[in-house]
Ligand binder design. Sequence first.
Ligand code: SF4
Length: 216
Amino acid sequence: MSPDDVGGVTNRDDVGADLSVRPGTILVSRNAAEALAAVRTDIGDCTRCKLHAQGRRQIVFGVGNPEADLMFVGEAPGADEDIQGIPFVGRAGQLLTKIIEAIDLKREDVYIANVIKCRPPGNRNPEPDEVETCEPFLFQQIDIIKPKVIVALGKFGAQTLLRTLDPISRLRGRVYEYRGAKLVPTFHPAYLLRNPASKREVWEDMKLVRKLLAQN
Ligand code: SF4
């Protein structure tokens, strides 16, 4: 599995002066916060895929430490996220916060984003054309933040990042190389709310994450 081959690299020290970036272009900036702001500016009031016309209230870009060692990537915004403009709020978000705190970090220490930035109608799965159009923005976020570890949350997030259709139950428990980071798939917090017995596996995954963070 080698999803490392997406996009090129552009060295730019003047990103604060020029806020225009294109999907697929990776920024190497001295100031990660400015570079992330530039990506958000470029997304604008995005109409690049059909989700813009299917009831989204706002774009949910991402939140957290622009220089985080640990990044969480989920699927797409849900209803609460669409209202607040912040990823992983509501009950699933509260559980994610507890998961983060379980390894002695705070929510503001990490960065949290989704593969897709707009809520699909009725919380349906994102469609391939939507993923293809939107995921370059996630790639830019990853390349700017340069996390040591990425946790892919849930089946869709893990399958999309790893370019596989393997079920999450087969993907988790292993470490993957991904855009310079170690990627650890685990169950989505929303799944854990429905299946609390799986919290044990997530705890195992988070212990692995803690070990990887200490190694790097
Ligand atoms: S999902 Fe992504 S590509 Fe589609 S409209 Fe929203 S921001 Fe643009």
